[in-house]
Design a protein around this ligand. Structure first.
Ligand code: UP5
Ligand code: MG
Length: 204
């Protein structure tokens, strides 16, 4: 696809910070195509004939980052498919589209590769809150989510990876002046109002 015709916003934040929840709202506001890297990896994990099933399952359970080639390819394919099928955002045609890329990039190598091979993101929406808040949300969700990583042991590992590996990515984009940080401790509605305003700014 024509990389110059797409607008990309990266959505980052710790496990359970509310990335997916806020993305759903922003899709309704602005007609983005929402692609969650974690959801794409979970779908690939369960796809029959995938050679990466076991690798992905292990990484997700251990809270480590799947090798970037796998994730970047899944994202690129999903973007191309959305553009081709006219699902790249409401009212977008002629190969144009806008994407919310949720939960990616969470390691420096992924960030550089995506910048280089796919496109540069217009901004990073960074949802920040405390580990206490995130832990409570994830344990609550774990009662019904069926996610293999919504248990105390995996959550602890996810927090470590977030601090050690993903925070440097956020700092990298912050140094470029690309980050809108939003405190996501408040209610879904209150966080949404702030997120909407931050996105509106770059679309103006
Ligand atoms: N909730 C949300 N907002 C709330 C609010 N304001 N007030 C009260 N409750 C709120 O929300 C989590 C829960 O909190 C929900 O129950 C929600 O209702 C409630 P959600 O919106 O789902 O949070 P989110 O930030 O999306 O949390 P998620 O668990 O999806 O974050 P992770 O970043 O941990 O998970 P992800 O799916 O992105 O990645 C999973 C794994 O995949 C990673 O650990 C890694 O192993 C792998 N991965 C890679 O290897 N590479 C990648 O590039 C991406 C992922
Ligand atoms: Mg999510």
């Amino acid at each position: 696809f024509d990389h110059a015709k797409v607008t990309v916003i990266f959505v980052l934040g710790g496990p359970g910070a509310g990335k997916g929840t806020q993305c759903s709202h922003l899709v309704q506001d602005f007609g983005f195509c929402h692609l969650s890297a974690g959801d794409l990896l979970r779908a690939e994990q369960h796809r029959e004939g995938s050679q990466f099933g076991e690798l992905i399952q292990n990484c997700i359970k251990e809270g480590t980052i799947v090798p970037m080639e796998v994730t970047v390819k899944l994202l690129e394919n999903a973007m191309a498919a959305a553009l081709k099928e006219g699902r790249a955002g409401d009212g977008w045609a002629d190969g144009r589209g806008r994407f919310l890329i949720d939960g990616f990039p969470r390691k420096m190598d992924q960030a550089l590769k995506f910048d280089e091979d796919v496109c540069k993101a217009s901004m990073v929406l960074f949802f920040s809150t405390t580990e206490e808040v995130m832990l409570a949300r994830l344990l609550e969700r774990g009662k019904t989510s069926g996610r293999e990583d919504d248990n105390a042991e995996s959550i602890k590992k996810r927090f470590n990876t977030y601090k050690e590996t993903t925070m440097p990515v956020i700092e990298h984009y912050r140094s470029l002046g690309n980050v809108a940080e939003i405190d996501s401790s408040a209610s879904v509605e209150a966080v949404h109002i702030e997120a909407k305003a931050a996105v509106q700014k770059i679309l103006d």
